[in-house]
Design a protein around this ligand. Structure first.
Ligand SMILES: Cc1cc2nc3c(=O)[nH]c(=O)nc-3n(C[C@H](O)[C@H](O)[C@H](O)COP(=O)(O)OP(=O)(O)OC[C@H]3O[C@@H](n4cnc5c(N)ncnc54)[C@H](O)[C@@H]3O)c2cc1C
Length: 359
């Protein structure tokens, strides 16, 4: 692997750009990362939830165990151990909504793939606070990442290596010359060996990767209530304990929206969802936030090299599962870039796949 003289430019400072930068620098490459401060990254509002078991069908999501293992391994990489403080490993509790789900989920949990992942319990847990008369499912390998503090801490660690520079500025497409591998900035030309677009939803107009992204707005609320729980609750909505009586409640999934901004009042969908399982009083609605998730039609990320301009790459489409998916995929992409071997990236993520082009 030739690592000398590889100045790699990353456009984007969210989860995709950050995990990629960490992998590249850890492997010896030099990275300059740009992030436009005028844009609100989805990562800056994400609840950071990691749940390998999702959906009404209670299924293990795509590659979830492989991805979860990569996330856990990331925090064991030499030099990155301190970043584990930003990941809170917590069980996720899913109350059974009805008898039928109780039977279905119980049958599923006997599948060997659920060993060490989830167990069922048939007694109400904390019934004085939580409506769960039939018991529920405990997902043991769940947790949440404090995304903002993680990203800031990662940048700090990378800067100390002397091979990483973070610049809070916008890159205009007209500044990029893939033929000369040049970035034409006002302060002078910057030569790059590779350039990776990690732009999230803002990559929709990218001329080299006309990304087939589906913008999906999400809103979530930070609120105050008592008592403190030591489990994440997932009951239509999720409720993540942040400590000190603070919780995050989310999220909405809005395909049609008129503004990227959050509502002025907490969305009814969230408030009613909470009251369907949580009995204690909300003492304060602290903060309402919104962001746009970069999703795709087939719910798989978009990762790969440009077919004609081999110095250009994309890492996008992390959708609703950025925290779970980014670590494993960033490792694959970093290896592919450094070895010039795009075949190392999961074929499901190929930017040219047909599934992305369906109407
Ligand atoms: C309300 C909500 C809740 C969510 N909850 C969860 C959750 O619980 N768990 C989970 O895993 N995921 C969650 N997500 C999804 C998660 O946020 C995304 O999967 C992830 O953040 C996408 O990361 P990204 O780096 O691809 O994009 P972003 O985080 O959007 O980052 C894009 C970056 O590109 C930069 N950029 C774009 N264009 C340019 C340019 N021309 N020049 C310079 N910089 C540029 C932006 O400034 C930004 O830094 C949630 C999302 C929302 C909105």
């Amino acid at each position: 692997m030739e690592m000398e003289n590889k100045r790699i430019i990353i456009v984007g400072g969210g989860l995709a750009g950050t995990f990629l930068a960490a992998n590249l620098v850890q492997k010896g490459a030099s990275v300059i990362q740009y992030a436009d401060p005028q844009k609100i990254p989805a990562s800056s509002v994400a609840a950071g939830l990691v749940n390998p078991v999702t959906g009404r069908q209670f299924a293990i999501s795509w590659k979830a165990i492989e991805f979860l293992t990569a996330l856990e391994s990331f925090f064991q990489l030499p030099g990155f151990e301190s970043l584990a403080a930003h990941y809170h490993s917590l069980p996720i509790y899913r109350p059974f909504p009805d008898i039928r789900s109780c039977n279905d989920w119980t049958a599923r949990s006997h599948d060997s793939r659920f060993d060490d992942i989830a167990t069922c319990t048939y007694e109400a847990w904390k019934p004085e606070w939580l409506i769960n008369p039939l018991g529920g499912m405990i997902i043991h390998r769940g947790g949440w990442l404090n995304v903002n503090s993680f990203i800031n801490a990662t940048r700090g660690l990378l800067q100390k290596t002397g091979r990483f520079k973070f610049i809070a500025e916008k890159i205009n497409y007209s500044e990029i010359d893939p033929q000369l591998s040049n970035l034409q900035r006002l302060e002078g030309n910057i030569e790059f060996s590779q350039l990776v677009f990690c732009e999230g939803i803002y990559g929709t107009l990218n001329p080299w990767f006309p990304a087939k992204l589906v913008p999906l707005k999400g809103q979530l609320i930070t609120f105050r209530t008592r008592p403190n729980l030591n489990r994440i609750i997932s009951s239509g909505q999720f409720m993540v304990p942040l400590g000190e009586d603070l919780y995050r409640l989310g999220s909405t999934y809005e395909l049609n929206y008129y503004t990227e901004a959050p509502n002025t009042e907490p969305p009814q969908e969230l408030v009613q969802g909470l009251s369907s399982f949580w009995l204690p009083k909300v003492t304060e609605w602290v903060k309402l936030e919104a962001g746009i998730r970069p999703t795709t039609l087939d719910r798989k990320p978009i990762i790969g090299q440009h077919p004609e301009w081999p110095t250009l790459w994309i890492f996008n489409g992390l959708g609703t599962k950025g925290v779970l998916q980014a670590p494993a995929l960033a490792t694959q992409l970093a290896n592919a870039i450094l070895n010039q071997s795009p075949g190392e990236i999961l074929r499901d993520c190929n930017p040219n796949r047909i599934a992305l082009h369906k109407p």
